[in-house]
Design a protein around this ligand. Structure first.
Ligand code: GTP
Length: 257
């Protein structure tokens, strides 16, 4: 499934394990509890996709589906100024970068479907190098779907997103929320025992919410988690590398090692 390109994350160990970064043409899932840093990582990836190649970027455009209004261009620019002061202090760069990120904010499942159609159109109009969906869990939540037959709809959307990645050869990064969960809590679910590698990093709640089809559709799964006050990023699923984890921090410059 190598479509011949990667979006570097700027996190050295992770880029090495992924042979260059987030791969083009497949789905990469960021899983973790609320507040762990999934959105912060998505903003950093957006920045890297739009930065000139001389600064390690892809010199492209980004389509960002921001379901819970968590994307902040102010914060993204702060990350840029702190991480790449040379280029961000140049005249016009901030406007140029901001103009490269198309943020879509669907409020219902049918608007999300429209957003996906709009992406197809946008791909013809600009050199998109990253699509972000933050978050799929929010899209499939009860409020959003408003009683629609969720599993059926999810199946359709998952196929659409996957084929979009393949046909456009663009990396698609999707966030997914898990509850913080204690061991005792988890053990009450009987299918906990049936876990395969494909479900690594999921709790039973997430499997129940999104279904096994989703888990199979994802090529790379990165799990963000906190242990004893330290944040970790774990490569839980990858065709290229065995599972491994390393610590990260979030500063004014965004996510770093
Ligand atoms: P959910 O969307 O609720 O699932 O969370 P998330 O995983 O997307 O979390 P998010 O990326 O929003 O991370 C929030 C965390 O990032 C906060 O708890 C802060 O620790 C950190 N953070 C957010 N903004 C800043 C900032 O401007 N400066 C610094 N230093 N840290 C920040």
């Amino acid at each position: 499934e190598d479509h011949g390109g990667h979006l570097p994350t700027g996190l050295k160990g992770l880029d090495e394990a992924l042979c260059g970064g987030i791969p083009f043409g497949v789905l990469t899932e960021l899983v973790g509890p609320p507040g762990i840093g999934k959105t912060q990582l998505c903003m950093k990836l957006s920045l890297l996709a739009s930065l000139p190649t001389t600064y390690g970027g892809l010199n492209g455009h980004v389509i960002y589906i921001d379901v819970e209004s968590k994307f902040s261009s102010k914060r993204m620019i702060e990350i840029g100024v702190q991480s790449f002061p040379d280029i961000f202090n140049m005249k016009g760069v901030v406007q140029e970068m901001a103009g490269r990120i198309l943020v879509l904010r669907p409020t219902t499942l049918s608007k999300f479907t429209e957003s996906l159609q709009q992406i197809k159109l946008s791909l013809l109009q600009r050199p998109v190098k990253l699509i972000v969906i933050d978050s799929i869990a929010a899209i499939m939540s009860g409020d959003f779907a408003q009683g629609a037959s969720r599993q059926n709809l999810l199946g359709w959307h998952v196929s659409f997103i996957k084929s979009l990645a393949e046909s456009s050869r663009i990396p698609i990064v999707v966030t997914n929320q898990v509850r913080s969960q204690t061991r005792e809590e988890g053990s009450q679910y009987s299918f906990q025992a049936q876990r395969t590698d494909d479900l690594s990093g999921y709790d039973s709640h997430l499997v129940a919410a999104l279904g096994i089809n989703w888990a199979h559709s994802v090529t790379i799964r990165l799990v963000l988690e906190a242990k004893s006050g330290q944040r970790f990023i774990k490569l839980a699923k990858s065709p290229l590398s065995p599972p491994f984890a390393f610590p990260f921090i979030i500063t004014s410059a965004g996510i770093s090692l």
